[in-house]
Ligand binder design. Structure first.
Ligand SMILES: Nc1ncnc2c1ncn2[C@@H]1O[C@H](COP(=O)(O)OP(=O)(O)OP(=O)(O)O)[C@@H](O)[C@H]1O
Ligand SMILES: [Mg+2]
Length: 137
């Protein structure tokens, strides 16, 4: 599925709707350049999953956990330099656990991601325009 959004708010709203289709254990891999809107879309998804507090990008800490009826793992691998760091953080236990994992810069750990996952590729197609391509939902 491919759709376009024309504002940050529209991307957040799309994320809220997308959240209704997610279930415990799902892994969503986000691809797209800096500033494409990965965190923005995740904000919408997390809010759609009934987490009401504000969220921001966990860039410096790699993972933020939002507790709802189940945990949501917001993982941002932008600063990950070496796949070996993954062991130290215990990332696989989160990704293969019972929560929902939302992973920015997923290409950095492509090889260890479950094959059964949802991929979302965001492209910048204009100043406020983004193309979202969703696979596996
Ligand atoms: N249609 C749109 N959808 C989402 N964001 C948009 C849109 N149009 C403009 N923007 C802007 O693009 C930026 C997206 O930033 P965001 O932090 O979500 O990107 P990101 O992909 O997470 O970047 P990073 O790789 O740095 O984590 C925001 O400043 C937002 O206002
Ligand atoms: Mg981000």
């Amino acid at each position: 599925m491919k759709i376009k959004t024309y504002s940050e708010e529209e991307t957040i709203q799309f994320g809220k709707n997308l959240a209704k289709k997610l279930k415990k254990g799902d892994v969503v891999a986000f691809y797209g350049e800096l500033g494409s809107g990965k965190t923005t879309l995740i904000k919408g998804i997390v809010s759609g999953l009934s987490y009401k507090k504000p969220i921001k990008s966990p860039s410096f800490i790699i993972i933020a956990i939002y507790q709802t009826d189940f945990p949501i793992y917001h993982i941002d691998l932008y600063r990950l330099e070496n796949i070996k760091e993954i062991d130290n953080i215990g990332l696989l236990e989160y990704i293969y656990g019972d929560g929902i994992s939302l992973i920015e810069w997923a290409e950095k750990i492509e090889g260890i991601l479950p094959k059964k996952r949802i991929n979302i590729k965001i492209s910048i197609t204009g100043k406020n325009e983004r193309e979202l391509e969703i696979e596996g939902l």
